[in-house]
Design a protein around this ligand. Structure first.
Ligand SMILES: Cc1cc2nc3c(=O)[nH]c(=O)nc-3n(C[C@H](O)[C@H](O)[C@H](O)COP(=O)(O)OP(=O)(O)OC[C@H]3O[C@@H](n4cnc5c(N)ncnc54)[C@H](O)[C@@H]3O)c2cc1C
Length: 433
């Protein structure tokens, strides 16, 4: 029995073996708190550079957001380019976007190196509009080609609707370099690769105390401790108050996914492509076929309420059927929630609390590529190879606003939902006229 929540991914694991808990006092070069993709990527980069690494995970590796997400891997951050440029200027925003493209390459390379056969990738992503705006998409395409040499194309409405049988969609941006995969199998294969390079991973080992006082940093669990020159905090949306300054800088935001029952024929008839699909609403829908097209994996919605809603499956099915009414009656096999970590500025938190005490978190809803770059730049910093982690200095540990921050985030989301609906209604009435 694995200790993972019941999800599509935990049902289709390559291996579910558990690792032991920490029961003694150890010494290492680096101790990492959190076995999600941020902690695992940092651990992998450090272990293969010859550092002794210990990872402490409260549950099992990939138990958090990293093992229960949509599995979409593409460039970008949890907030858009214009917002980033407003905070740091156009040139630095472009450098950050290039780094986010590197994040996709890191995942691709790692999959090639150690998980190729176990984790098939399906290439291609359609970002669909829920209103008519071919010119806006053409502008985005041109900017990506001009500034980043990144090729995407615009699909007209007829082509989109031939693939996705819904009248809700208009044009789409087609990105052939994005892909989707099995994130939990990837996390577990990273863990195996770390161990193959001499790293040690302890599961069921929540870090309960942090002591930076004696020069070396010490992390304690219930029955053991690790002292190290460097410590990396990578607790994502599950970050507790081990280091209050990090916890205070994050808002845990919940989001939901469902897996439908096997409905061969009906599902393939509605969604006629194996590519990753997402719509253009803020926190909109994203989905993809799984099990050879017999089922849909559908994600969407965000909330500051971190407990599971009572009628989660019904609520998510309603979201799916509102886009594809022909899927009325297709039942939900399993639905689940996951927590993402959102800083107030919506950009990753990557840096040092003090020399040797690193944090790498706050990836929001765009974590597959950004945890890869976060893990890598922190490892480069620890190894003294680059100071690329400083690219994230402008986005510091800003207070999340406490209960006011939670309320403000929920209000902002509702406001976004409302403005998205108004935009769609206006577009629909323009089309009818
Ligand atoms: C439902 C959902 C769908 C998503 N879809 C996508 C997508 O399709 N594409 C994309 O790019 N991003 C997606 N995301 C976002 C992405 O999954 C996250 O940004 C990313 O996985 C965060 O990784 P992480 O390592 O920072 O955190 P996590 O994966 O949450 O890992 C943190 C780990 O730290 C552990 N931990 C916390 N505190 C302690 C402690 N004190 N001691 C020991 N261990 C501790 C936790 O148990 C956890 O395992 C999605 C997120 C969710 C929830």
């Amino acid at each position: 029995m694995s200790g993972y929540p019941d999800t599509y991914y935990s049902r289709t694991l390559n291996d579910a073996a558990r690792r032991p808990a920490l029961e003694k006092n150890l010494s290492a070069d680096v101790v990492i708190v959190g076995g999600g993709l941020a902690g695992l990527t940092a651990g992998y980069e450090l272990a293969r550079a010859g550092r002794s690494v210990v990872i402490l995970e409260a549950h099992q590796v990939g138990w958090g957001a990293s093992g229960r997400n949509g599995g979409f891997v593409g460039p970008g951050f949890a907030t858009g380019h214009s917002n980033i440029a407003r905070m740091v200027g156009e040139e630095r925003a472009r450098a950050l976007h290039r780094l986010s493209i590197e994040g996709v390459e890191i995942v691709k390379d790692n999959l090639l190196k150690f998980a190729h056969d176990d984790n098939p990738q399906v290439y291609g992503k359609l970002s669909v509009l829920r209103y008519h705006d071919p010119d806006g998409l053409a502008r985005q395409r041109d900017v990506l080609a001009r500034d980043f040499g990144y090729d995407v194309s615009v699909l007209p409405t007829e082509a989109v609707r031939a693939l996705l049988r819904t009248s809700k969609y208009y044009q789409a941006l087609y990105d052939p370099a994005c892909f989707h995969f099995h994130p939990l199998n990837y996390a577990r294969s990273l863990a195996t690769a770390i161990e193959a390079s001499g790293g040690r991973i302890f599961e069921g080992s929540p870090a309960v105390a942090y002591d930076p006082s004696a020069g070396r940093k010490t992390i304690r669990t219930k029955n053991g401790s690790v002292s190290a020159r460097d410590v990396v905090f990578a607790g994502g949306g599950y970050t507790d108050s081990l280091v209050p300054a990090i916890r205070r800088s994050l808002l845990p935001i919940a989001t939901y996914v469902l897996l439908t029952d096997d409905a061969k024929g009906r599902i393939e008839d509605a969604v006629r492509t194996p590519m990753a699909i997402s719509d253009n609403r803020r926190a909109g829908d994203y989905y993809r076929l799984v099990d050879g097209g017999r089922r849909l994996l559908w994600g969407g919605r965000i909330t500051t309420r971190t407990t599971e809603p009572r009628r989660l499956a019904r609520m998510m099915r309603g979201t799916m059927v509102s886009t594809y009414p022909q899927l009325e009656g297709v039942e939900v096999d399993v639905a689940w929630t996951g927590l993402m970590a959102y800083p107030r500025h919506l950009m990753p938190l990557i840096g040092q609390l003090e020399p040797g005490a690193w944090y790498v978190t706050g990836f929001g809803g765009r974590g597959m590529n950004t945890t890869a770059i976060g893990g890598r730049v922190v490892a480069e910093g620890i190894l003294g190879r680059t100071d690329r982690y400083r690219m994230f200095e402008p986005f510091g540990l800003a207070w999340n606003g406490g209960p006011f921050g939670v309320a403000a985030a929920q209000l902002t989301y509702w406001h976004y939902q409302m403005t998205d609906r108004i935009k769609e209604r206006r577009a629909a009435s323009r089309t009818e006229r």
